[in-house]
Design a protein around this ligand. Structure first.
Ligand code: HEM
Ligand SMILES: [Fe+2]
Length: 748
């Protein structure tokens, strides 16, 4: 540890404190998860409308349709069809008020005058916000609400089936006819949707906000941001400003400003190692990465097209076999897989280098076995998704083999477990080399940090196994974000920093001391905000107000290191002149500069845009989330994975030359395409929806009438231009990688 003792103590201290917070409030998520009632009964007659079992079976039915890949629940999921929670709630409320209005005033709610409307809305508010759950977990509702619920249910059954009068609505929502073909399962499905709105409209016992902290925005029942929501939003902005200020002070006063005097070596040190057999086996990994990337882009283009032509692809009736929900599932699953593949490639390439330039026994075999395993998991998971959405997967097998319905963890549980085993096997292959490295003397602090991030990435994928098919959504969300959030806003950030620092110091471009200090310090910052920041995904998913407060405060701190990344980008960029041989590495380096840029803009700025509770209250599930997701996930980890692959390729194919023209065009097309899809389409649509969500409500901002306006439809069309530019860039990189892999094989 030596000189770095202080930094290590800080890092370990931060991890202990932040994971204690995550665990402590995690227990709160379990304890206070919105109840799934044992029964829902009609007050006057005692008729049982549904039981807990019915709701849980509805959850399973929903999962089998692709769940979050078709509309959303609590704002989590896909953006074209409505948010079912907000949509059902609004429909049921209007139906309920119509019934009451006919009874009292003899006219429909629409025809009622202002005073009458006020009376109706006050009555609705009272009826819906009051919590009637008793000690036996039985919820009692009025006969009128039961009727409103049944009527809303009929509409939903028709929508998920083949009701002809809803053909054009299904097209607007990019839903295929018979999204859930079995009528018996549609009967169950509606119970689950009803439950999600009961949760969103009913006040938590002893509080004046609903189980979802008043989400979704719905004026009829006064679902507006709570006082705490507003207060913690303001606090989080102040924390961000304070954090940035303190960081600049700390950097100015505490850091050692001595210029890094490192003299770059005459020759690239990495090329002085002889390539090992396991490194030579990595060509196919590079290929797999860009092949899955290519597939992902094509799926993305098709999904975007479905937002303008809901069921057809330029006239071809594609949705019968490959509906929106399936292609969107594949779009996201392949993103996770190719980015992971890029990281695995980088890790496997570096492992023998840290081991002194040699393979442990059988390493190449291990690398090949892992490759086959990845292929099996990918194909298995994708076929499972297909069968689920085609309705051909037996209901009882769906969760295990078909579609979990949970965004980013869509693959069946068996495939998820197999992927976890695959990652564990990768860890094993890495560990064999790393152990060897630690046995040799010298300063191993940076290596230790790199190793820790690798282990954490591997192990944390496993937290996605901690919920089951029938887990309460609130609990499921907690674990799902342990994977997605802790990966992208925690361990991936540390891995990216440590891996690049490690690579640049191995090349002799920066001193090991500088690289180690900077990596440890940034790891502290990333973890401090990132770990409890997980709760920014749980503001409105059935967790309590303190969870929201913790999420808002810590996630604001996440942005602090991101907004100053320009400095790091400049330092990386300056490396290109450090040694003549760096000319060979110009393109990987450019990709790493792009990583820093998008980390600042996509993660920092667009992440914070939707991050305060009051902003997310209105924005959850609008196109603004897509803005952030594309700019951050591709912008940061996409560019990083591609940069890694290009770098590795450069070494495992020593005779290869990057085609400068091709790389330049591709690099800029990727950046401009990404910027274009955001600036000309996703962001304007999102901001327009934002206005609708604040002024009218979430149900409308995601509703058919609003989204099908010509103006918004045109904005979705306009996206095609940037999508094509992006595709050209992506396939350009893929072409370069394929040429490198297949045309530059080293002579035997
Ligand atoms: C490189 C880092 C990051 C990546 C790759 C990333 C990626 C993502 C993705 C994929 C989503 C989900 C989108 C969806 O549901 O369709 C998301 C949601 C979100 N992210 Fe990030 N993100 C990053 C950093 C940040 C940062 C720094 C913040 C703010 C501090 C942030 C705030 C949010 C919020 C508030 C949501 C929406 C919450 C929700 O719907 O649960 N993200 N992010
Ligand atoms: Fe997050």
């Amino acid at each position: 540890m030596g000189n770095y003792k202080k930094l290590w103590f800080w890092l370990i201290g931060i991890l202990i404190v932040t994971f204690s917070i995550l665990g402590y409030f995690g227990a709160d998520v379990y304890r206070n998860a919105p109840p799934i009632p044992a029964q829902v009964k009609v007050e006057a007659t005692g008729e049982v409308l549904m039981t807990r079992e019915d709701i849980l079976q509805g959850q399973s039915a929903w999962q089998s349709t692709g769940g979050m890949q078709n509309g959303s629940i609590f704002g989590h999921g896909a953006y074209q069809a409505p948010d079912w929670t907000a949509d059902w709630l609004h429909r049921e409320l209007v139906t309920w008020m119509n019934l009451l209005s006919q009874e009292r005033f003899g006219v429909s709610y629409e025809q009622a005058n202002e005073e009458q409307k006020a009376i109706l809305e006050a009555a609705a508010k009272k009826e819906y916000r009051t919590n009637t759950i008793d000690a036996n977990e039985v919820v009692t509702i009025s006969a009128r609400r039961a009727q409103a619920m049944k009527m809303t249910g009929e509409y939903y059954k028709g929508l998920y089936g083949d009701e002809p009068s809803l053909n054009s609505t299904r097209e607007s929502f990019a839903m295929k006819t018979n999204t859930l073909a079995d009528p018996a399962r549609r009967d169950k499905l509606v119970n689950f949707f009803f439950w999600s709105t009961w949760v969103a409209a009913t006040e938590r016992p002893g509080s004046d906000v609903t189980y979802t902290n008043n989400w979704p925005p719905e004026s009829i029942i006064d679902n507006v941001p709570s006082a705490e929501n507003v207060i913690w939003s303001i606090i989080s902005v102040i924390l961000l400003i304070a954090g940035v200020g303190l960081l600049v002070w700390g950097w100015a006063f505490l850091s050692n400003h001595a210029e890094d005097e490192t003299q770059a070596p005459k020759m690239d040190p990495i090329t002085t190692f002889k390539l090992t057999p396991s490194q030579k086996a990595l060509g196919k990994y590079a290929f797999l990465t860009v092949a899955l990337f290519g597939f992902q882009m094509l799926m993305g283009g098709a999904v975007a097209h479905y937002t303008v032509e809901g069921q057809t692809f330029y006239g071809i009736e594609l949705s019968k076999w490959f509906p929106y929900s399936l292609l969107r599932t594949w779009h996201l699953q392949s993103a996770v897989l190719w980015i992971a593949a890029g990281f695995l490639t980088a890790g496997l390439f570096l492992a023998p280098i840290v081991n002194g330039g040699k393979d442990p026994k059988g390493q190449a075999l291990g690398v090949n076995v892992l490759f086959l395993a990845l292929l099996v998991v990918t194909v298995g998971a994708f076929v499972g998704n297909y069968l689920a959405i085609a309705g051909q997967m037996p209901a009882e097998l769906n969760f295990m083999l078909g579609h979990q319905g949970y965004e980013y963890l869509d693959l069946g549980r068996v495939w998820q477990f197999a992927l976890f085993l695959g990652i564990a096997f990768w860890l094993f292959l890495m560990a064999r080399c790393l152990v060897g490295a630690f046995k040799q003397g010298g300063d191993k602090n940076l290596l230790a940090l790199f190793t820790a991030s690798v282990v954490a990435i591997g192990l944390f994928y496993g937290s996605g196994l901690f919920y089951g098919e029938h887990s309460n959504i609130a609990v499921m969300e907690y674990w799902r974000w342990w994977v997605v959030h802790l990966w992208v806003e925690g361990f991936f950030e540390v891995f990216a920093t440590a891996a690049l620092a490690f690579i640049f110091s191995s090349m002799g471009l920066v001193s090991l001391r500088m690289a180690t200090t900077a990596s440890l310090a940034s790891a502290c910052l990333f973890m401090l905000g990132g770990v409890p920041g997980t709760f920014h995904h749980l503001y409105f998913t059935g967790a309590t107000t303190p969870v929201m407060a913790v999420g808002a405060s810590f996630s604001a701190l996440e942005v602090v290191p991101l907004v100053v990344l320009g400095y790091e980008a400049f330092e990386n960029w300056s490396l290109r002149n450090r040694a003549p041989w760096m000319a060979n590495l110009r393109w990987p380096l450019m990709f790493f500069v792009a990583v820093a840029f998008w980390n600042m803009l996509g993660a920092g700025v667009f992440g914070f845009m939707i991050n305060t509770p009051v902003a997310l209250f209105y924005l959850q599930g609008l196109n603004t989330t897509a803005v952030h997701a594309h700019a951050a996930l591709f912008g940061v980890y996409g560019f990083l994975a591609l940069g890694f692959v290009l770098l590795v390729l450069r070494y495992i194919r020593p005779t290869m030359q990057f085609s400068d023209g091709l790389m330049k065009a591709s690099f800029w097309a990727l950046n401009l395409g990404l910027l274009g899809m955001i600036a000309t389409s996703l962001l304007p649509i999102g901001l327009y929806q934002f206005h609708e969500s604040v002024s009218v409500g979430m149900w409308s901002a995601r509703g058919e009438a609003f989204l099908q306006q010509d103006f918004l439809e045109n904005l979705r069309w306009i996206r095609t231009i940037s999508d094509v530019i992006f595709l050209v860039g992506g396939f350009g990189v893929a072409l370069q990688v394929c040429k490198g892999v297949f045309l530059n094989r080293a002579p035997k």
